[in-house]
Design a protein around this ligand. Sequence first.
Ligand code: ZN
Length: 51
Amino acid sequence: MAIDPVCKMEVEESKAAATSEYKDKKYYFCSVACKKAFDQDPEKYLAEEKK
Ligand SMILES: [Zn+2]
């Protein structure tokens, strides 16, 4: 399982509604809305993840 960095939901890679690549890493999203939010400001969501 991957974690959707926007809403923190668990997303199964094969069933992800959307994916995005950022800095050679692949991210999985529960919805296209989450992908769009991430693409607009990836650092905002990744900074929160680094705890
Ligand atoms: Zn989401």
